[in-house]
Write a protein that binds this ligand. Structure first.
Ligand SMILES: Cc1cc2nc3c(=O)[nH]c(=O)nc-3n(C[C@H](O)[C@H](O)[C@H](O)COP(=O)(O)O)c2cc1C
Length: 346
């Protein structure tokens, strides 16, 4: 066990040093879910919690950061959506409150936002959905990258985690890279570390943590679901693009397809403009995640979940989830022989 522990320490040292944590495991920000309690529990448990700002205005973000700081002395990050109309003000709030790590998510962040975030003194982490964009982000000065595959819950890209990892990990050496999407067990964490990742980010696996404020109905849907139940949103017509989101199927996902067909029919009949039809389709999901997570309406809300949902089998304390991931990692490493992988000497 001792040599497995040494190997794990070695494999994720860079990630741990970057995050300032015991484990290089990030709890991916989840809107409405990653608030003070779950974030503090992940950080207190040795991982790295990330607050989800979502659509919060700056004063509410400040309040949430303050409340999280009251619950943990350990490092945690703040996830900002780059499309937020008050992005600059949110970055400034992070600076004023001494946030150590800012994650810029939801599309490629403008260089000015990266510069502003770095100027606060925080380390800046961005999502790289392809190698060419990873290189561009490095030129913009980001301090670390997350590569997230299509298996993930929430907004997704088209490429699998395993493929992104092969494309990006051997090439990007200048900054730590964290792998996300479809990770539910320690064996997978070890596999990505051995490929050169500095750590991993998990979202779905933390939804049923006891400290998580998600409604019991939301958690029960996760516990019931299998991997194949977490599916991407359906787009019925390429002329009317739909933002790809992975979620558990429910009444709302069924109604969404019918809704698109009806709206597009009205456009084709000349009753509404294309722009209006597109807006109506986009508006369908407004407030839907909150409806499911907070109100517990799991039939009419959005049940964003990744394919790793099949590995969520019960509610359990965050520290236990982290402990399981680490034990599984160590057990996986106990069988390994020979020198430590050449990819890991970063
Ligand atoms: C319910 C839910 C909400 C999410 N909200 C956000 C968000 O607000 N910002 C973000 O960058 N990622 C968001 N994500 C993605 C997670 O941060 C994380 O990267 C992802 O869950 C990792 O994949 P996994 O679900 O397979 O573990 C969300 C994921 C879920 C399941």
């Amino acid at each position: 066990m001792d040599s497995a522990r040494e190997r794990l320490d070695h494999l994720w040292r860079r990630g741990r040093e970057f995050l300032g944590t015991e484990y290089a495991i990030m709890g991916g920000a989840m809107s409405w879910i990653s608030e003070r309690h779950l974030v503090a529990a992940i950080s207190n448990g040795g991982g790295f919690g990330v607050l989800a700002c979502g659509s919060m205005p700056p004063h509410l973000l400040a309040e949430e950061i303050r409340a999280t700081q009251a619950l943990t002395q350990k490092p945690f990050g703040v996830n900002l959506i780059t499309l937020h109309p008050q992005l600059d003000a949110l970055i400034d709030v992070c600076g004023e409150m001494g946030v150590g790590h800012i994650v810029l998510a939801g599309g490629l962040p403008p260089s000015a936002a990266i510069r502003r975030a770095k100027a606060t003194g925080a380390k800046v982490i961005c999502f790289a959905p392809a190698l060419v964009l990873a290189k561009k982000l490095l030129r913009s000065g980001v301090d670390a990258l997350v590569i997230e595959g299509t298996e993930a819950g929430g907004h997704i890209g088209p490429v699998a985690t395993s493929v992104l990892a092969q494309e990006i990990l051997p090439v990007i050496e200048d900054v730590p890279v964290f792998v996300a999407g479809g990770i539910g067990r320690g064996e997978a964490v070890v596999a990505f570390l051995e490929m050169g990742a500095s750590g991993c980010q998990l979202g779905t696996r933390f939804v049923c943590a006891s400290e998580c404020v998600a409604h019991p109905n939301f958690k029960a849907s996760f516990i019931r679901a299998a991997a194949r139940d977490a599916v991407p949103s359906v787009q019925v017509d390429p002329q009317f693009p739909v933002i790809p989101v992975r979620a558990l199927g429910n009444n709302a996902t069924k109604r969404f397809a019918d809704f698109q067909i009806k709206v597009i029919a009205r456009f084709r009949a000349g009753e509404i403009e294309q722009k209006e039809a597109q807006l109506q389709i986009e508006h369908f999901w407004a407030g839907a995640l909150k409806r499911a997570v907070i109100d517990g309406d799991v039939e009419n809300g959005s049940l964003m979940a990744g394919q790793s949902v099949g590995m969520v089998t019960r509610e359990q304390p965050t520290a236990e989830i982290l402990g399981e991931l680490v034990t599984q990692s160590l057990v996986a490493l106990m069988g390994r022989k020979g020198p430590i992988s050449v990819c890991t000497g970063r």
